[in-house]
Design a protein around this ligand. Structure first.
Ligand code: G6P
Length: 626
């Protein structure tokens, strides 16, 4: 979703801003812009619709803009179509001034998030003589800052604080004031923002990769806080305008981790990083003791007593993280005998929650910033229910606010379509389920040891699967002109189907649906016709025959069948036209293996259709608006 970068220091700002925005391209955007100040000269603003490349060309890679302080933005449209007018930065001045290229801006800024009461504020500002040139909520926010700044004759921090009290919604704001050249002011609520400092230079960014080439020392600005960013120094303030102290954090990941490293796309690189992501996540909690291996959740902050007390689980998430929840429900119920409900965060947050006081709400999120997931977490906390985050991004909002955090160790994920973070989340769920089962005495010591041994084999099995990509590439080329695909499965195979189908549609734009195999004949089977691709997921031996029957029903109506199953189940070839086999593992953990060919299928379909694999249209990596 939208990206923010800022710079103040001795160097020329625009090339640094463009470099940072390029690192945020993966988040998804439809227009981009820069504002750069050169001392007292009028601020220079350049915007363009579409790819960042256009903005780079317009500004001669940034060289055409003089000035050592600036802000940049990639926008993912929420209020108003993608266009230059609606692109950020936005200014406090009138549009006419802007067009005459007089300095339109006592205040100029960029914004991530959504100002919910922008219509009401726009009206208020109109009554006070303001006019608007864009359809955005951001322009309203910037004008409101200027309104308070001038009306009360106060400084930037006080003007921002008054604005923060008045607006509802979420925001990360980066603002420059004409009267304070060389400084960038930042305000944040529910939308991520970090500030990096080095000797004599400061950077701001909505996400770490944007500035990782420049510095590893960052501050996380908290909710409802502000900052004044000067070259090489930062001062933080709370809503009362009082200065607050902050700790510098060192980013430990490698800048390499945010580069493609020889792969054509980030998605393929991240698919190949899955064995490591899964192994690292496993080893983050696996301990060797005198009596054997065991899972130690002390870093998560979940005690055995708390595990025993849990009466029900509510797994809440969005997108692929929700699919992890769907798989996890079968595993938790089967192994640990705990009732589980899995919910989309966007639904959970708006219903009357009748949660048991001993329930545990588990929020799953790669970014730790997904707006609906964060809101669901807060709702559970408000009701006094214990929360556990399964989060990949250290220091993110969900990680900081959840009562306990299980960090997945997938490293930064850049491709919009998640792969390694999904796999790491699955591993985290397995570990929790096995530990819950053991602590609650649903499984004995031997079964516990066996499950742990099996979990340790999964990274290598994923690696083996990755050696056999060619057949899927061939298959994808054959089906690259297909119109519809249906993924069917039961139980955990249904959860795998959901993820396989999402991978296909999000990057190859091929319509696909996932159906619980038994449900297909209640309507959807009417869509099956000659040549429709039906992918049957058949990793659960207890349900194998049932799903094969449903596949055969589709074949009778003309479908082309692909089967996805474990080695040994060769009878599937009696029905399927094309079969993909995965190594065997305990049925509870099959999603980790079966998802890999489906990720590859989505990837190769996207490539063979000539699409932008890492940045699919209309999608965003981190969805920070609801
Ligand atoms: C976006 C991404 C998905 C992701 C979902 C939840 O839609 O494109 O890949 O699954 O958000 O994101 P989270 O960061 O909360 O896991």
């Amino acid at each position: 979703m939208c990206g923010i970068v800022g710079y103040t220091g001795p160097a020329k700002a625009a090339p640094i801003l463009l470099e940072g925005l390029a690192k945020l391209e993966y988040r998804g955007y439809d227009s981009a812009g820069l504002a750069v100040r050169d001392g007292d000269a009028p601020v220079q603003i350049v915007k363009s619709k579409g790819r960042l490349r256009a903005l780079a060309e317009k500004t001669d890679e940034g060289r055409a803009l003089a000035g050592n302080v600036g802000i940049g933005h990639t926008r993912w449209a929420t209020h108003g179509e993608p266009s230059e007018r609606n692109a950020h930065p936005h200014v406090s001045g009138a549009p006419e001034d802007h067009d005459r290229s007089a300095d339109p801006s006592d205040v100029v800024g960029v914004h991530n998030g959504i100002i919910e009461n922008y219509a009401e504020l726009k009206e208020k500002l109109r009554k006070n003589g303001y006019s608007f040139y864009s359809e955005t909520d951001t322009e309203v926010a910037i004008k409101l800052v200027e309104y308070y700044y001038k009306k009360y004759g106060i400084g930037p921090i006080d003007a921002l604080a008054k604005t923060m009290v008045r607006v509802r919604g979420s925001y990360a704001l980066a603002v420059m004031f004409r009267d304070y050249p060389g400084e960038i002011y930042v305000a944040r609520k529910d939308s991520p923002m970090i500030i990096g400092v080095t000797e004599g230079e400061s950077f701001i960014a909505s996400d770490v990769p944007a500035i990782l080439n420049r510095t590893r020392s960052v501050y996380y600005i908290d909710n409802l806080e502000m900052a004044c960013v000067r070259p090489g120094s930062v001062a933080f303030y709370n809503l009362d305008g009082e200065q607050v102290e902050k700790q510098l954090t060192t980013i430990t990941w490698d800048a390499e981790a945010a580069e493609k490293g020889g792969f054509e796309h980030f998605m393929m690189k991240e698919i190949h990083e899955q064995p490591k992501a899964v192994r690292d996540t496993l080893h983050s909690v696996l301990r060797e003791t005198e009596t054997g291996k065991e899972i130690d959740l002390s870093s998560v902050g979940l005690s055995e007593e708390e595990i025993r007390r849990v009466s029900q689980l509510h797994i809440v998430a969005c997108g692929s993280a929700w699919h992890v929840g769907v798989a996890a429900q079968y595993i938790f119920e089967d192994l640990a005998a705990i009732p589980v409900r899995v919910e989309l965060a966007s639904e959970f947050r708006y219903r009357r929650l009748l949660l048991d006081k001993d329930a545990l709400v588990v929020i799953v999120s790669q970014s730790g910033e997904t707006a609906d997931s964060l809101a669901a977490l807060r709702e559970a906390k408000r009701l006094g229910i214990k929360t556990l985050g399964i989060v990949n991004t250290v220091g993110s909002s969900i990680a900081r606010e959840a009562d306990s955090v299980f960090y997945t160790v997938a490293g930064p994920e850049i491709a919009v379509a998640t792969t390694k973070a999904y796999s790491a989340q699955l591993m985290a769920m397995y570990l929790l389920a096995v530990q819950f089962a053991r602590v609650r005495e649903e499984i004995d010591a031997q079964a516990y040891a066996d499950y742990l041994t099996e979990l340790e084999t999964i990274p290598d099995k994923i690696a083996r699967l990755l050696e056999d990509k060619d057949r899927l590439q061939w298959f994808a080329a054959k089906f690259s002109n297909a119109h519809d695909a249906f993924f069917i499965g039961r139980g955990i195979d249904y959860a795998i189907s959901l993820e396989g189908s999402l991978k296909m549609k999000e990057i190859s734009y091929l319509h696909s649906e996932a159906y619980a195999a038994g449900e297909l004949k209640h309507g959807t089977i009417s869509l099956i016709e000659e040549g429709t691709l039906v992918i049957g997921v058949l990793t659960q031996s207890a349900l194998y025959e049932k799903t094969v029957s449903n596949m055969v029903e589709c074949k009778a109506r003309g479908a082309y069948l692909m089967g996805l199953t474990g080695y040994g189940n060769y009878s599937v070839e009696d029905a399927a036209d094309f079969t993909v086999y995965v190594p065997k593992t305990d049925p509870h953990f099959m999603a980790s293996l079966a998802v890999v060919p489906l990720q590859l299928l989505g990837y190769y379909l996207s490539v063979s259709r000539g699409l932008d694999v890492d940045k699919p249209r209309n999608l965003a990596k981190s969805v920070t608006v609801e």
